[in-house]
Write a protein that binds this ligand. Structure first.
Ligand code: GCW
Length: 670
């Protein structure tokens, strides 16, 4: 039937190559399931469903292999088991054993992940009869953050309404919640924060706790725990107290009682996510306290339970003299070592706000005593909503691979957040979800790849963007080799193309209110830091934000080696140039072009490259489902139009300052 994208990468369509299929059939004649816990049952169900689809054959479940061979044996192994050695609790092995395929883990969750790994091998056409895989997640808490509201809207959501139907929960439980859980579990995602960080206190009322519990009941069978974003003054708004001061005994008691109430109905509740004293959200500073006071108070409430506090470091103030870039570092580094052991501080990848390209946040190199979680944005707030095709794995990888030099060379962000650099006991990574009620989950079918890539990297940040793209394409779109290659190329180049027509050479934030349309000319607004000129600093001399010692000196927040990489305009790599330097329009860059000519070149070639993307996509028509093909084709037409719009908006605006002609061979915008 026509593919509407609902099944994501868990399509399980019949394998057409008969020889190959027979080969799999010989290795999958039965499934041994020993035990009947919820998670093991999910694992066995998934394996049966997957094999039924892929092999066109129903595979029986049996309790014991006896002498039989040619089956799949699911095993939760206790510690002394030799096969389970080298596994951490959620890790798994898939290995040949007595002429069966054994899936071994210390936990049921690990078995579930192993099942998905085996299915992925089959879906991507790998042989399985001698398969030997060992995989441990590198990060402990792998979370989606939903910015979903009580009224069904999603902050920065571009794929319809919220998946959570609050108005019909808890009595009606949409079967889609289970498919959501399956998709996440297939990637190893083990937690989900169901509501917006701009949180409504209603989520802490009994009414909503019951609704959230109904979701938790579905997710539990897939090893996914629920978390809540909390509204810091909730003790006042719904608790009737006079204050929300985190050091006030009554306030502390209120949180302890509330936490107890939650755990009574959600025994595996994951914990709290908090946005405080940020963008108008209240917080401990309203009472003269600091972030650690607030976070530790919640940690105290969670002390009797296995839950954590995720405290966000996304803070900045409306100050035209300050540099927003520096705010999180300034507020958080003095608190290093002051947080309770249940607290993890969640830092956005860059110092500003999920821009198409940012340098890494300096906090990653500066908090050795505080576990830091990574926050990536999967939803495309600044990368073209659901219209523009931007594959985000290269963006995530660029950040994870950047060296912080926190302990000398070889201290990449990935090793900070996976705990290996500083020995953090708690490790976490979050992705702001791009899912919604659209039939295909993400609006743009190609944006499914971003959910997929986030999950795969959360499990193993050493995977390459290319390998992840291959997997996703083969599981989701086509296994035809030429088409796989064409789509991979398209995906791998897409982010750089977007940067070129949107914010090249280190420009940032040329946005209007909803963060979609170009508005580089925004020079006045209710807050100085909510204008565009605050970020790009165009004037008659040149362009870019001087963050060296002669400017805001934000560069000083990095380790010396990192500063050296960026602080000389002669050697600063072009992608970061205007992040750190105010460069004259007529200055010659390393490309041999002046700044102005280089900018024009990027804007024009960037927009033209979307034409290339369209051509590439057109070639894969025979290999891709017609419905998905048409959908993506349409979106690319819009993307091309909008890329030209971005180009012209920037070029014409900046030309007022540069007073330079648009260089040949680029014609003037009509
Ligand atoms: O990027 C900004 C968004 C806000 C968001 C905020 C944040 C949830 O524009 O919509 O609020 O970041 O991350 O807190």
């Amino acid at each position: 039937y026509a593919d509407d994208g609902y099944r994501l990468w868990l399509k399980y369509d019949l394998i057409k190559d008969v020889a190959k299929r027979d080969d799999y059939v010989r290795s999958a004649q039965f499934i041994v399931l020993n035990g009947n816990s919820q998670i093991l049952k999910s694992a066995a169900d998934e394996l049966q469903t997957g094999l039924q689809g892929l092999l066109g054959k129903s595979v029986p479940l049996i309790a014991n292999a006896g002498n039989r061979t040619g089956g799949i044996v699911l095993t939760v192994a206790d510690a002394p088991n030799a096969d389970a050695q080298t596994l951490t609790s959620e890790g798994y092995k898939v290995l040949p054993k007595q002429n069966n395929i054994a899936i071994v883990s210390k936990t049921e969750k690990g078995v579930l992940y192993g099942v998905f790994a085996l299915l992925r091998q089959i879906q991507t056409g790998q042989l399985v009869n001698n398969l030997s895989l060992t995989s441990n997640p590198k990060i402990q808490y792998r979370l989606l953050n939903h910015w979903d509201n009580t009224n069904g809207t999603i902050e920065r959501g571009y794929a319809g309404e919220s998946l959570w139907k609050w108005y019909e929960l808890p009595a009606t439980v949409d079967p889609r919640y289970r498919d959501y859980a399956r998709a996440n579990a297939s990637l190893g995602i083990n937690g989900t924060v169901v509501n917006n960080v701009n949180a409504s206190a209603r989520f802490l009322t009994d009414e909503y706790i019951q609704k959230v519990a109904a979701l938790a009941n579905v997710f539990r069978a897939y090893g996914i725990r629920v978390y809540l974003s909390v509204y810091f003054p909730a003790p006042k708004t719904i608790g009737g107290l006079k204050t929300a001061d985190p050091l006030d005994p009554e306030v502390r008691k209120w949180w302890a009682d509330k936490t107890k109430e939650i755990y009574t109905v959600i025994p595996d509740f994951g914990g709290f996510l908090v946005k405080a004293n940020s963008e108008g959200e209240p917080g401990p500073q309203d009472y003269g306290r600091n972030h650690a006071d607030g976070a530790n108070m919640l940690a105290n409430a969670l002390a009797p339970y296995d839950g954590i506090v995720i405290w966000r470091a996304f803070v900045y103030k409306a100050d035209s003299k300050a540099d927003r870039f520096k705010a999180a570092y300034e507020e958080f580094t003095p608190l290093d070592g002051k947080f309770d052991k249940k607290v993890i501080v969640q830092v956005k990848n860059g110092p500003i706000d999920f821009q198409p390209r940012e340098p890494v946040s300096p906090l990653f190199g500066a908090m050795p005593k505080t576990p830091l979680a990574m926050e990536f944005q999967i939803t495309q707030e600044y990368t073209g909503f659901a219209t523009h095709l931007v594959y985000e794995a290269p963006l995530f990888k660029e950040c994870l691979d950047t060296d912080t030099y926190a302990k000398g060379k070889g201290s990449p962000v990935s090793k900070v957040i996976d705990g290996s650099l500083h020995g953090y006991t708690t490790t976490a990574i979050s992705g702001v979800a791009n899912t919604g009620s659209d039939r295909n989950w993400t609006g743009n079918p190609m944006a499914q790849a971003n959910w997929y890539a986030f999950g795969r990297l959360a499990w193993d940040h050493t995977l390459s963007s290319e390998d992840i793209a291959h997997e996703w394409i083969k599981m989701t779109l086509t296994t035809e080799p030429k088409a796989v290659k064409t789509i991979t190329d398209l995906m791998l180049r897409s982010r750089e193309i977007y940067v070129n027509y949107n914010t090249p050479i280190g420009l940032s934030r040329p946005w209007s209110g909803i963060h979609f349309a170009p508005e580089p000319w925004l020079e006045k607004s209710s807050r100085p830091d909510w204008t565009a000129i605050y970020y790009h600093r165009a004037d008659s001399i040149g362009l870019g934000f001087n963050r060296t010692a002669t400017g805001s000196n934000a560069l000083a927040q990095y380790r010396l080696e990192v500063q050296q990489m960026w602080n000389d305009p002669e050697t600063c790599p072009l992608p970061y140039l205007l992040w750190y330097h105010h460069i004259p329009w007529i200055k010659k860059l390393s490309t041999g072009r002046t700044l102005w000519d280089e900018l024009c070149t990027r804007f024009y070639t960037g927009a033209d490259s979307v034409g290339w993307m369209q051509q590439q996509w057109a070639q894969v028509k025979p290999a891709v489902d017609p419905e998905i093909f048409a959908d993506v084709t349409g979106r690319l037409i819009t993307q091309h139009k909008e890329a030209i719009w971005w180009r012209d908006a920037w070029v014409l605006y900046l030309q007022q300052y540069s007073r330079q002609p648009i260089p040949a061979p680029y014609k003037k915008p009509e």
